[in-house]
Design a protein around this ligand. Structure first.
Ligand SMILES: NC(=O)c1ccc[n+]([C@@H]2O[C@H](COP(=O)([O-])OP(=O)(O)OC[C@H]3O[C@@H](n4cnc5c(N)ncnc54)[C@H](OP(=O)(O)O)[C@@H]3O)[C@@H](O)[C@H]2O)c1
Length: 220
């Protein structure tokens, strides 16, 4: 983290999966002054146009390199692929897990179908040593692209939900969320909070500002 001339902390952010959500977040992070390393399943092939658009703040690379590059690493691959993530490269990193479990896409995970655990807890168990925060999973990528507005007071901004067991990691993710014009709404620990923001919950893919989000969570 290097403070720039305005005293804002510039971060290195690794992007694992540069599709709808990863590429959109990468654009926003780069525009907010951060450096991003984008990756996909093809060692970054196909991301040349996006990297050129983002100028000197972006590069395309392999998955392991992007994870090692980031102080914060956004995982935005189809959830069912999580076991292919290279564990060691994520050690000690703040990891944002944007994934959702869709059995028709990901295949069936009996422990999720039975409600024994959550997708983010599975990812956290795989990425041992990472500081996992569930986040960006309830917002459609088009809304992520369009709805950030740093001119609004926090309670009027579109909510992005976060959950996790590491309070410092959650604060770092909340700062990033705010820098790109949204409000971070904390739903609690990774297990319990993560369940509040899964597919089909009252906050999932709903256009709620932070004030409304708090009301919906309190009612739920
Ligand atoms: N779409 C949304 O609005 C949205 C919103 C919130 C959360 N999510 C969740 O975010 C995750 C990503 O969704 P998406 O819509 O962004 O997906 P997407 O557009 O299909 O993009 C997936 C990205 O992951 C890469 N990838 C696939 N398998 C990989 C692997 N084993 N290792 C590394 N990279 C891999 C793909 O690379 P290639 O291009 O090389 O295949 C692609 O860059 C999903 O869990 C989804 O449920 C999506």
């Amino acid at each position: 983290m290097n403070p720039d001339a305005k005293g804002k902390a510039e971060m290195k952010i690794g992007i694992i999966g540069s599709g709808n959500i990863g590429a959109t977040a990468a654009r926003l992070f780069a525009r907010a002054g951060h450096e991003v390393a984008l990756s996909n399943s093809r060692r970054g092939a196909g991301l040349e146009t996006l990297v050129a658009e983002l100028g000197g703040r972006a590069r395309a690379t392999g998955i392991e390199e992007a994870a090692r590059f980031g102080e914060v690493v956004l995982v935005a691959v189809p959830f069912g692929r999580y076991e292919s993530l290279p564990v060691e490269a994520f050690g000690g990193k703040i990891v944002i897990d944007a994934g959702n479990y869709y059995p028709q896409r990901d295949g069936n995970f009996p422990q999720l179908d039975g409600g024994e655990t959550t997708s983010s807890e599975l990812v956290a168990a795989h990425l041992k040593g990472a500081r996992l925060v569930k986040g960006f999973n309830t917002i459609w990528s088009e809304h992520l692209r369009q709805q950030g507005d740093t001119s609004l007071p926090l309670e009027e901004r579109r909510a992005i939900f976060i959950a996790g067991d590491d309070e410092e990691a959650k604060r770092a993710v909340a700062r990033l969320v705010e820098e790109i014009g949204f409000a971070a709404v904390d739903t609690g620990p990774l297990g319990e909070g993560g369940r509040r923001q899964q597919v089909g919950t009252p906050v999932y893919n709903r256009e709620l500002n932070a004030r409304e989000a708090a009301q919906v969570l309190a009612a739920g």
